[in-house]
Design a protein around this ligand. Structure first.
Ligand code: F0G
Length: 465
């Protein structure tokens, strides 16, 4: 299990220009402990690099655009294409990549019409190699794990991190250990980890319990932690924002709306926006808003009840299992970027999530439930006047529709809330979802039966009026 590489574990390579900086006390160091926490005050670390300050924004934009025409694997990656603003590995041969990034920015014509926001886009990170935004961070963190010579990488997960980690570990010739809450993650995500060869442990606890155990484990065993506490992950996830701004010809949107779980992704997007502003890549900051499910709203409560000063943790419950987290690790980073960009923190109900997910599906795009909180929240933010219809809005869709087929099937069959307290409490509201349901129809295998069904569907189609 001993690392075989020459660089010290968790250290910046000797020629590297990046450093670790504590987000609490500001201590800057060349190396990071296994738990990626400050030895001084215990807060989380982030990566900083003084060489970024001397970059020329115009030259960078031209260079990044030109790389889109090149065929080297490092240029084909939508993450490493932006390598000037990432920590540099000792050599490009170390890079573990699956051609992540390069995800589309879609317009959403139906939701635009319904909400009145004419410039409404979805940045679909679910179209990454393993189906979620995690791949953008994993390529960077797996590269540094391999460079440091680790044989084992590990994470606690609600499913997507583990799928992504297992894939990148396999690509990089490392073993992976997955800790997931038993019965609380989708089969689709679990099956990915199995196929990519992870040692998968289903623990009888929730995500927060898995993460606590992992923190202990990394102090005792030579495994490299790949949760979003790992600052290399967040560096890779910054590229979502670079690519988005490039797709908008560097004209910043007014709003970016992202789901929040463990709060690494919103922290990464916010870090990228602030760095881009400081570097002169963008003239002004978009507002970054973070959205949670009502039943897993630790950040909402932290801001509402504690003014963002301390974490208000909770027992989470939501069918959007990706964000079923009550004790988010990166809450302080998220509070900082919310304050710096002037974004909102909002919560949405299970019914609002289900409807928004069906609406994104009806655009021919689809996403997993956690991603749909963004569209659900947009409607609320418009009502509150925080978002104006003439502003440009980007929703960050974090995971593919195929990540949680059980949810989708139960929704269309009408049993998503069956037997839950939710069903009784919100019976009327739940009925509002009926027009969005398209359950499968079981028929005798006759032409007559199919034609009759087609005619009925055509008659009742509202677009046919
Ligand atoms: N959306 C999806 C689809 C996710 O899988 C996650 C997190 C989030 C949003 C929230 O992102 O944690 O950076 O705030 N999933 C993690 C996992 C926790 O283990 O897969 P976050």
């Amino acid at each position: 299990m001993r690392p075989s590489a020459t660089s010290e574990k968790g250290s910046a390579p000797s020629q590297a220009t990046f450093r670790f900086r504590c987000i609490g006390c500001g201590l800057v160091s060349n190396s990071a402990a296994q738990d990626f926490r400050c030895p001084n005050c215990g807060n989380l670390l982030e990566i900083t690099d003084s060489s970024w300050n001397s970059l020329n924004p115009t030259a960078l934009k031209a260079l990044w655009r030109e790389r889109r025409t090149l065929n080297e694997s490092i240029d084909l990656s939508g993450v490493w294409r932006f390598r000037e603003l990432l920590p540099a590995p000792q050599s490009e041969q170390q890079i573990v990549t699956l051609r992540e990034g390069n995800t589309p920015l879609y317009d959403l014509p139906q939701s635009s019409r319904a909400t009145g926001v004419s410039r409404l886009y979805a940045k679909h990170q679910g179209l990454n190699p393993t189906g979620s935004f995690k791949d953008a961070g994993m390529t960077v963190a797996a590269t540094f794990a391999r460079q440091a010579g680790y044989r084992w990488v590990a994470c606690a997960s609600t499913g997507n991190t583990s799928a992504s980690m297992a894939a990148y570990a396999a690509r990089g010739g490392m073993r992976s250990l997955v800790l997931v809450p038993e019965g609380k993650i989708s089969w689709s995500k679990l099956s990915q980890a199995l196929d990519y060869g992870a040692l998968t442990c289903q623990l009888r606890t929730d995500f927060d319990g898995c993460l606590r155990l992992l923190q202990e484990l990394v102090r005792r065993a030579p495994v490299y932690q790949l949760n979003s506490i790992n600052p290399f992950r967040l560096e890779g996830q910054k590229t979502l924002a670079y690519e988005l701004l490039e797709q908008l010809d560097w004209d910043p949107p007014d709003h970016i709306i992202a789901p929040g779980g463990n709060l690494g992704n919103s922290s990464a997007i916010g870090k990228a926006l602030l760095e881009m502003r400081d570097l002169g890549l963008i003239p002004r900051l978009p507002r970054l808003s973070v959205i949670q499910a009502e039943g897993a709203n630790a950040l909402v409560r932290t801001l509402r009840e504690a003014g963002g000063k301390h974490l208000v943790s909770m027992q989470p419950e939501t069918r959007a299992t990706a964000i079923r987290i009550g004790n988010p690790a990166s809450w302080e980073k998220a509070v900082k970027v919310l304050q710096a960009t002037g974004g909102a923190c909002e919560e949405v109900s299970e019914i609002e999530i289900a409807q928004a997910k069906a609406e994104i599906g009806a655009e021919g795009i689809g996403c997993e439930p956690a991603s749909a909180v963004t569209l659900a929240a947009l409607k609320k933010l418009l009502q509150q006047g925080f978002v104006k219809p003439d502003e440009t809005v980007v929703l960050v869709l974090t995971g593919s529709l195929l990540k949680d087929p059980d949810y989708t099937m139960e929704f269309h069959r009408g049993d998503l809330f069956k037997g839950t307290a939710h069903e009784q409490a919100h019976e009327q509201e739940s009925a509002k979802l009926n027009p969005f349901r398209h359950p499968p129809v079981v028929l005798d295998a006759t032409l007559d039966a199919v034609i009759k069904t087609l005619e009925q569907a055509d008659k009742s189609d509202p677009s046919n009026e």
